[in-house]
Design a protein around this ligand. Structure first.
Ligand SMILES: Nc1ncnc2c1ncn2[C@@H]1O[C@H](COP(=O)(O)OP(=O)(O)O)[C@@H](O)[C@H]1O
Ligand SMILES: [Mg+2]
Length: 243
């Protein structure tokens, strides 16, 4: 197993915060793992994900991804790290309303200077939503919008896919579809860190559940066999799907 993420004694105190949002968190995540982070509202889940994404910096302690200590990167280095290594899916999708689904998917690739319309369409097809490619977000259901957001997160083949309550704004059925999509990506070798407060979704799809309370990890469970969704073939990394 290859270590992909390492948090070492990470503390985060926000400006004006009286107690820490994270208090001495140490944890590692292996390549290929599908890990769910659970915990009540305000327990520090989003803070943890944002630090791993390089969207924010810890007050003390260190965060490393793929052997790179993010604390050693300047702002430009962090931006490059996010672009090249991280795919991020948010609760409220954040698609740009004036761009079509396909154009939204291609944004990160454009930032990298290698946007391929063909690859974007292929990815949408892989995720089962090729028919929405030329539609604007306002004409898509929540579940479709979130799957477009997942495609956008995957377009640069990120080392790590982060998802913060990706089903939080969806109905049960659409939420289940998005989770099955993530499960399929995991089976293709994608490392995923998912924040959710839905225990049922977490235990059904993830192989590991980290529980957070008051900014501390209070449980770290490796599940014997998360219930597998019926296996649909999802090819995201083309030939090089690796585990
Ligand atoms: N930008 C911020 N500024 C100040 N306090 C924050 C900020 N973001 C989060 N917090 C606080 O940090 C704690 C953890 O928040 P968060 O990581 O968002 O928790 P969760 O995602 O588990 O709901 C909460 O008490 C929250 O109010
Ligand atoms: Mg949160």
């Amino acid at each position: 197993m290859t270590e992909l993420v390492r948090l070492a004694d990470v503390t985060k105190v926000y400006q004006g915060g009286i107690t820490g949002a994270l208090n001495g968190v140490s944890v590692t995540v292996e390549k290929g793992e599908f890990t769910a982070i659970m915990g009540p509202s305000g327990s520090g889940k989003s803070t943890m994900l944002n630090l791993v994404a390089g969207l924010d910096r810890p007050t003390s302690g260190s965060v490393s991804v793929s052997g790179t200590d993010l604390g050693k990167l300047g702002e430009a280095g962090l931006a490059r790290f996010r672009r090249d290594q991280i795919g991020f899916v948010f609760q409220f999708f954040y698609l740009l309303p004036n761009l079509t689904a396909l154009e939204n998917v291609l944004i990160p690739a454009q930032l990298k200077g290698n946007a391929s319309t063909e690859r974007g369409r292929e990815l949408l097809a892989t995720l089962g939503i090729e028919e929405v490619a030329d539609r604007y977000p306002a004409r898509l259901s929540g579940g479709q919008q979130q799957r477009v957001a997942v495609a956008r997160a995957l377009i640069n083949n990120p080392t790590l896919l982060l998802a913060d309550e990706p089903t939080g704004a969806l109905d049960t059925h659409s939420g289940e579809q998005v989770m099955e999509l993530l499960g399929g990506l995991h089976r293709e070798g994608q490392t995923i860190l998912l924040v959710t407060h839905d225990a049922k979704l977490a235990t059904r799809h993830a192989a590991r559940v980290i529980s957070v309370m008051d900014g501390k990890i209070v449980d770290d469970a490796h599940l014997e066999s998360p219930e597998r969704a019926p296996s649909e073939v999802i090819r995201v990394h083309g030939e090089e799907a690796s585990r």
